[in-house]
Design a protein around this ligand. Structure first.
Ligand SMILES: NC(=O)C1=CN([C@@H]2O[C@H](COP(=O)(O)OP(=O)(O)OC[C@H]3O[C@@H](n4cnc5c(N)ncnc54)[C@H](OP(=O)(O)O)[C@@H]3O)[C@@H](O)[C@H]2O)[C@@H](O)CC1
Ligand SMILES: Nc1ncnc2c1ncn2[C@@H]1O[C@H](COP(=O)(O)OP(=O)(O)O)[C@@H](O)[C@H]1O
Ligand SMILES: [K+]
Length: 487
């Protein structure tokens, strides 16, 4: 059993694969073994989370997730914890494994009650796991709300109830209320599921822990993976600024120069050899007093071959006119914000983007920009972020970083990555421009595009995770805090 952190590299399996893996494992073991292992793992974990609990409330659902709850309740009761179970569903409709665990809970002396205890020190959410099929309602929803609003920690077995384990979409809104304050922990069993790490998954799950139930040697295909720490790279003594490449930031239409400067500053601090800024505002000053290292050029005077171009940050409509040239000549390319909006609105630009297939091209849309490119809407993108990012990557033959909680990095062929660094302090204007600059620096340093994007997204989120509580996180400060790709 271990905790998932930003350093964890792991495969993620969807519900279909998890069921296949479970079936294969169950066939090789005596009956009920997996559920007994699951219950024991949960009970041990519960004792570590709340060692002094006088009462543990276990809320059990109508399927095998409820069965895990009965089994955990039995184990806890046997170890001297007063365990109160509330349950949804009829005995005769329980799956066989869960029926066996219900009997064991009764034999162990678990108290079965109609209503949750008024006082408890730990709540175990065993209502729904990977079989969640619709939004919780009635007593189930009431119990989930009570848990979320209580002061005791909530331990979700396998997945938080109501969460789509494949997508991280949340069927119920019981976590949305300001009154939802409880510490949340999730013990994922047998496999780690992608939905725990993206969309609503991170809020719903809280801390994620994993127990493989003793089932090793999984042969199924992962649907995504957690990337782990970026590879450590170092600057060789015999290197020079050319070794770390040139970045050209093209953006900053009138009134939006700041976005391009943020990207330029981030690229510089992330270790690019030289950074040029081509502002689309003809009246903009040609020097940044605070960043004299940035070299200002007119957009039409830059030779983009051999350069990594970061385009679109504060680009306005003006960037659209330059896009044909940029798409055809940039050696490596990061397309953000208005560059993406321009491409979404123009089939001819889409054709040019597709024609770059094979070159280093990275798209960094937020969900609305992704929706424009896909011709859908943000709700649809957020309902399945993995699918949206993969669809874009395949459609345009590029690496795609779909931003937001649990940024998804997809490639045209190959397993996508879900990034687990970052937090809601990044939800402030300009942090996306900083990311675009960081991706640019990583590409300029000649990292492969998928690795460059994963590394930049990881570091961008990690900066926010390490940010001191008492210092406001602004995009400018974030750009200033970027650490070089190679040190
Ligand atoms: N696979 C594994 O690796 C292992 C699996 N294990 C455990 O089993 C769990 C999967 O069990 P599962 O397949 O029985 O599904 P589960 O989540 O209990 O829910 C299905 C039940 O809920 C019902 N239902 C659905 N939505 C509802 C709603 N909104 N409101 C009310 N009811 C709703 C649905 O009823 P129906 O839709 O038919 O009406 C059905 O009765 C898994 O997450 C893990 O904890 C471990 O023991 C060992 C290893
Ligand atoms: N709640 C959040 N959790 C984690 N990361 C977030 C969150 N909100 C925003 N971010 C990150 O902050 C950045 C915002 O980018 P973007 O929406 O393009 O902003 P802007 O256009 O203002 O620069 C992205 O990297 C995104 O992943
Ligand atoms: K659960």
């Amino acid at each position: 059993m271990f905790r998932i952190t930003s350093a964890t590299a792991a495969d993620l399996f969807d519900i279909a694969a998890t069921r296949r893996i479970e079936e294969t494992a169950a066939k090789a073991l005596p009956p009920h073994t997996l559920m007994q292992r699951a219950g024991l793992a949960v009970a041990r974990f519960a004792m570590a989370v709340a060692p002094h609990a006088r009462v543990v409330w276990v809320a059990c659902g109508p399927g095998n997730n409820g069965g895990d709850g009965f089994e955990a309740a039995a184990q806890l009761q046997r170890r001297g914890f007063r365990t109160v179970a509330t349950r949804i569903g009829d005995d005769d409709r329980l799956p066989a494994d869960a029926q066996a665990s219900l009997r064991r809970a009764r034999e162990a002396g678990v108290t079965f009650a109609e209503a949750p205890p008024t006082q408890y020190e730990l709540a175990v959410d065993a209502l729904l796991g990977i079989g969640s099929a619709r939004a919780p309602s009635g007593a189930m929803l009431d119990w989930l709300r009570r848990m979320a609003e209580g002061t005791a920690p909530v331990l979700s077995i396998d997945t938080p109830s109501g969460l789509d384990a494949d997508t991280g979409a949340m069927a119920a809104n019981y976590l949305q209320a300001d009154s939802a304050q409880a510490r949340r922990i999730c013990l994922s069993l047998l496999t780690l599921k992608p939905g725990l790490f993206s969309a609503h998954g991170r809020d719903a799950a809280g801390e994620v822990w994993f127990d493989d139930l003793g089932v090793a040697g999984i042969v199924d295909s992962p649907v995504a993976r957690l990337p782990g720490l970026p590879a450590a790279t170092r600057r060789h003594h015999a290197s020079h600024k050319g070794s770390y490449g040139d970045v050209a930031v093209i953006g900053g239409a009138p009134g939006m120069a700041g976005a391009a400067l943020l990207a330029g500053s981030a690229a510089l601090n992330a270790g690019a050899g030289r950074v040029f800024v081509a502002l689309l505002d003809p009246g903009a000053p040609a020097l940044d007093q605070l960043r004299p290292e940035l070299m200002f050029r007119r957009p039409d005077t830059l030779d983009l071959s051999g350069m990594t171009v970061v385009s679109g940050c504060g680009g306005g409509a003006a960037v659209g006119e330059l896009l044909p040239h940029i798409l055809q000549t940039a050696d490596a390319l990061v397309l953000d914000a208005d560059a993406l909006n321009g491409i979404a609105a123009d089939p001819a630009l889409q054709k040019l983007l597709k024609a770059r297939s094979g070159l280093s091209t990275v798209l960094t849309p937020h969900p609305l920009e992704a929706a424009r490119l896909l011709g859908s809407n943000t709700g649809e993108v957020q309902r399945n972020r993995l699918a949206a990012a993969q669809d874009l990557a395949k459609r345009f033959g590029a690496i795609v970083a779909l931003k937001g909680s649990g940024t998804v990095i997809a490639q045209p062929d190959g397993t996508p990555v879900i990034n687990v660094t970052g937090n809601a302090r990044l939800a402030t204007a300009g942090t996306g421009d900083v990311l675009a600059g960081m991706v640019g620096a990583a590409l300029a340093a000649r990292l492969a595009p998928m690795a460059a994007t994963c590394e930049a997204v990881w570091r961008h989120g990690d900066l926010a995770d390490q940010w001191p509580e008492e210092i406001p996180l602004t995009a400018g400060a974030l750009a200033g805090g970027c650490l070089p790709v190679a040190r």
